[in-house]
Design a protein. Sequence first.
Length: 112
Amino acid sequence: MELQNNHSRHNELKKRIMRRVYLLWSIRLALHPTTLKLLIAALLVFRSMKYVSYTNVIANMPSLENISAQMQFAKSAMYHAHPMTLVLLSSVAWLSVWIIADMLSRKKEAWL
């Protein structure tokens, strides 16, 4: 009986410890610099949906094989875009470059 009771206490202690370990792991992952950068980029893209209909952009986009048409399309899109769209999407581009630069520099902290 005492062995079973001891085993039960051991399992409860193990569960409490593992809950703390998982909680700390989750907090560290949520506060990781790369996670925060990705969340900010996702938020900026979501916010840009107020100004840009991505389904219409993709529908109106020329074939990927036609590079000159793609360049003309991008140039025209930039000229006719709302200024806030340009700010939001350029911020996403800079964040993406920053994330890639962190990962390429092989910093241990850059990887999730």
